[in-house]
Design a protein around this ligand. Structure first.
Ligand code: BDR
Ligand code: CA
Length: 311
């Protein structure tokens, strides 16, 4: 299988960092467009640059929108990822620097330069993608595949708006724009993430056997590890890594269903939730392949290699 060429929209973020390590280990990464989400944009841009320094990659970084399209967010995810988004380790200022071009504009330009060649992977709130779509509605025609980490397809979310997942709940209007405009995308939701957590001991062995990437991840994961333990979550949950695995090799999907998925932007209790028309009552064309399960061993192999734990 030829390695895909990726555009990655991301808000690093601990699990984003793992996904970015996977992408650089297994694919050609054309650019990172950066969203605000887990923490503020100044941190997410800096974190992307810190990671690129670590792996000595010169992937272009493009800062995007500092806020959601319409409403200011009620919560970020600093309580999981640390106030700087990378576990509050205290990394020095990175050498890598962002480009001048805005994230939304780079998505448009790069897909115009290479129509049909690039896979777009969205690991954060969909603000930059929505803006790009409003600027250029023909964007989906030029993207080979879109893989989105987001949503909670049966309402088991991870935000204070109970059924919403973080990426969609942070900017529901942006998600609505993307879900309504994109003809077909792969959706890797929070519930799939929980089903595909890694066994803690297995993951610890990878961190021990790995190279500097493993040591880096071990450092940034401390705070999230504590948070997960406090919530009684077992294993290592790696949402963005799962979406990246699906983007890198769709043959790892073992169970999926194609359905129409909408985004609730108004509900008093449900803002930001993803609403799946499971029985096709609305007779709308399906827009999402919802990924339920993947080959866990293949997923694990991709992660282990990205940490330098295997060849
Ligand atoms: C998603 O929210 C963020 O906190 C993670 O980075 C991931 O993209 C999981 O709901
Ligand atoms: Ca993310």
């Amino acid at each position: 299988m030829a390695a895909p060429h990726l555009l990655i929209d991301t808000d690093p973020g601990v699990d984003d960092a793992l996904a970015l390590l996977m992408a650089h280990a297994h694919a050609k990464v054309e650019a990172l467009s950066i969203a605000a989400g887990n923490v503020g944009l100044e941190h997410t841009v800096r974190n992307a640059c810190t990671l690129l320094d670590l792996i000595e990659a010169d992937t272009p970084v493009h800062a995007g929108c500092p806020t959601p399209l319409v409403r200011l967010p009620e919560e970020d995810a600093a309580f999981v990822h640390g106030s700087d988004g990378l576990g509050d380790v205290g990394f020095p200022a990175p050498q890598a620097q962002p480009q001048d071009e805005h994230a939304a504009l780079t998505l448009i330009r790069r897909t115009r330069e290479r129509p049909g060649e690039l896979t777009l992977v969205a690991l954060g709130p969909l603000t930059n993608l929505a803006l790009a779509l409003r600027l250029d509605p023909s964007l989906p025609e030029r993207v080979k595949r879109l893989v989105i980490m987001g949503g909670a397809v049966t309402g088991h979310g991870n935000t204070m708006s109970v059924p919403a997942e973080f990426n969609i709940g942070f900017d529901p209007e942006a998600a609505k724009v993307v879900f309504e405009a994109w003809p077909m995308f792969d959706l890797v939701d929070w519930e799939a993430t929980l089903r595909h957590a890694f066994d803690g001991d297995t993951f610890a062995a990878w961190l021990k056997a790995g190279d500097r990437r493993a040591r880096f991840f071990d450092q940034i994961f401390g705070k999230a590890r504590q948070y997960n333990a406090m919530r009684g979550r077992s294993g290592v949950i790696a949402a963005d890594a799962l979406a990246m695995a699906v983007a890198l090799d769709e043959s790892i999907i073992t169970r999926a269903e194609t359905r129409h998925v909408g985004v609730e932007t108004e509900g008093r209790l449900t803002r930001g939730s993803t609403v799946v028309d499971w029985e096709n009552r609305l007779q709308r064309p399906p827009n999402a392949r919802i990924v339920f399960d993947v080959d866990q061993a293949a997923f694990g192999a991709m992660v282990a290699r990205a940490l330098g734990a295997t060849d």
